[in-house]
Design a protein around this ligand. Structure first.
Ligand code: SF4
Length: 118
């Protein structure tokens, strides 16, 4: 089995490949909602209404459609970074150490330059 390692320095040059691309869910927990809404100086209710949508019992961050892709609404394409980086959701903080990627890191490594397989 391959071992997955990650070099966060690669994020500076990849133009947010994990924040753009195919549409997907960017799950936020209750504690993520508290942190991000405080960071944005919004009440949790206003933050949810403006930036999230409900899928079943969970919330996901809205996406915006550009020419070819979908991008997380918090992705800043002028500066190529996450505009809420210090309080980004746990899902984003823990990338790429997700169970499904750990099981099959080669596929993810084919597009994420930060993933190093040993
Ligand atoms: S919250 Fe930030 S790190 Fe997470 S997908 Fe959106 S732009 Fe990327």
């Amino acid at each position: 089995m391959c071992e997955l390692n990650f070099n966060p320095e690669a994020c500076k040059k990849c133009n947010g490949l994990c924040c753009n691309g195919e549409s997907g869910y960017i799950w936020v927990s209750k504690s993520d909602i508290k942190l991000i809404s405080r960071f944005l100086k919004l009440s949790s209710e206003k933050f949810i209404k403006k930036y999230l949508y409900k899928k079943s019992y969970n919330y996901s961050i809205k996406e915006v459609k550009n020419d070819k892709n979908f991008a997380c609404i918090f992705y800043d394409d002028k500066n190529n970074n996450c505009s809420i980086y210090s309080v980004r959701p746990t899902q984003c903080k823990t990338y790429p150490y997700w169970d499904e990627i750990i099981k099959n890191p080669l596929l993810e490594a084919s597009f994420c330059p930060g993933i190093i397989i040993k």
